[in-house]
Design a protein around this ligand. Structure first.
Ligand SMILES: Cc1ncc(C[n+]2csc(CCOP(=O)(O)OP(=O)(O)O)c2C)c(N)n1
Ligand SMILES: [Mg+2]
Length: 448
């Protein structure tokens, strides 16, 4: 079945051609930004092969410039449409990463200074510290009034890397109107429905960035958005609530963090983060398989350590995960400890599947999970407190004071370690979109 989901496949049964087959297959992986499949039969493992190709790095091929190809006319049409627009907007969706255009896209956002949004999936791809970057576009029902008015009045939306799944598009409500949208995908630009094919997107974006005449760009901006929730310090003895938790947690995020939010209330709440520059956020957008993020955190933390040159404790991987999801793959905590990875785990303990309570069967038993003693897991998996420069610490927070105290300690860490904080929140407390679904399930209170 792998042939259907990979861009290229190789079965290494012949030592003479195995190295070349590996290179050709990996080239397809780089070239298409899609997975490939290489099969290594067990009896081939000890076989010697020619290692000389390892001396030459595999490089993506530059697109060949074809006379009169779609690329030039597409570029002209894109520029013309941009210069004619009066109220443009930029919308960055999740597949922009694989298109390899994030540098040029960020340049475009800076150069134009136009109001720019991401989808849920695209969050973290563009620099959220820029004044024109507005965060996640939440559609007609959930976006602040200023966002809705701007997008409704826009005559052009530049949409990059569209990925229109229901979770990623607020039940399809954020999909831009095709009549005013210019869409950029892997090898195609579509301008208000008119398609230009065989246009390599990364080359087009580079040319666009070079050719843009700043004096011809429409000047437009959005009135500053009403601040919906406060970042002020909250009363220390008040219980933790979902509506403020993510805004409060935001102040502990810093450049260089890798942040992972699991399907559940965490995956919804993280949409409100204002990410510091140079961070990455992985969040649920389509596939939503719970339990995926704990092993993913292990992998990300390992990669983070391998790729960085700075001190290990400064390369943080932060996971926000629910109790239900943690129960799916808890044993991966053991690998995190064994590999001495620098990880912060925020475990939201709300006594079961809160997101599912919101969607369906809020009072049904199938949304309850066993009540584990989560903070005992590190020691059960062999963590030794503080040894060999690796530290394990656990915290429990039920109110803002306990959260601030624990996070201040975690934030000041000077050694690499596993830091786990269990945050307790209500069984039926959820970010606003989910809370609205819960409300719909409950009978209207009868008037007196
Ligand atoms: C493998 C898998 N099983 C079941 C589901 C359905 N599902 C989606 S979210 C969820 C519950 C998540 O609960 P928890 O991690 O505790 O997060 P909370 O919403 O309570 O914060 C379930 C069971 C799924 N998405 N994937
Ligand atoms: Mg839960």
């Amino acid at each position: 079945m792998y042939e259907s989901i990979t861009a290229a496949q190789a079965n290494l049964i012949d030592p003479a051609v195995a190295p070349a087959m590996i290179d050709v297959t990996l080239l397809q992986c780089l070239q298409q930004s899609r997975p490939v499949y290489i099969e290594l039969p067990v009896d081939m493992v000890p076989v010697m092969v020619d290692a000389s190709p390892l001396q030459k790095p595999i490089q993506r091929l530059e697109p060949l410039s074809q006379p009169n190809a779609g690329g030039e006319s597409a570029l002209d049409a894109v520029l013309d449409t941009i210069y004619r627009s009066k109220q443009p907007a930029i919308f960055v969706d999740g597949e922009s990463w694989a298109l390899g255009i994030l540098d040029t896209l960020n340049e475009l956002i800076k150069k134009t200074n136009w109001p720019s949004w991401t989808s849920v999936f695209g969050k973290g791809y563009i620099d959220e510290s820029l004044p024109n970057v507005q965060g996640v576009w939440k559609g007609a029902d959930w976006a602040p009034k200023e966002h809705r008015e701007y997008i409704n009045g826009a005559d052009l939306i530049l949409c990059f890397g569209p990925h229109y799944s229901s979770t990623n598009s607020y039940a399809y409500s954020t999909i831009p109107d095709p009549a005013k949208t210019m869409t950029f995908t892997w090898s195609e630009v579509s301008i208000r429905g008119l398609q230009y094919r065989n246009v390599p997107i990364d080359a087009l974006m580079k040319r666009l960035s070079q050719s843009l005449d700043q004096s011809r760009l429409p000047q437009t901006q959005i009135p500053s958005t009403t601040i919906l929730r406060s970042q002020a310090v909250l009363p220390v003895d008040k219980p933790l609530t979902q509506d403020n938790f993510f805004i409060q947690f935001n102040k502990y995020l810093r450049p260089n963090d890798v942040i992972i939010a699991e399907t559940g209330t965490a995956g919804h709440g993280c949409r409100d983060f204002e990410l510091p520059p140079n961070t990455r956020l992985f969040k649920p957008a389509t596939w939503l398989s719970i339990g995926y993020t704990l092993p993913a955190t292990q992998g990300a933390a390992l990669a983070h350590r391998d790729m960085s040159t700075g001190p290990a404790h400064e390369q943080r991987t932060i996971l926000l995960i629910g109790d239900g999801s943690f129960q799916m793959t808890a044993q991966e905590l053991s690998t995190i400890i064994r590999e001495k990875l620098n990880v912060v785990i925020v475990l939201i303990n709300n006594d079961g599947y809160t997101i599912e309570r919101c969607l369906h069967g809020y009072n049904r038993r199938y949304n309850d999970v066993a009540r584990w003693k989560y903070l005992q897991f590190p020691s059960a998996f062999g963590a030794r407190g503080s040894s060999d420069g690796y530290c394990t610490e656990t915290h429990h927070a039920e109110n803002w004071g306990e959260l601030y105290k624990a996070m201040d300690q975690i934030d000041g860490a000077k050694t690499s370690g596993l830091r786990m904080i269990e945050v307790v929140m209500g069984r039926e407390d959820a970010p606003e979109l989910l809370a609205s679904y819960l409300k719909k399930q409950k009978p209207e209170p009868t008037g007196s």
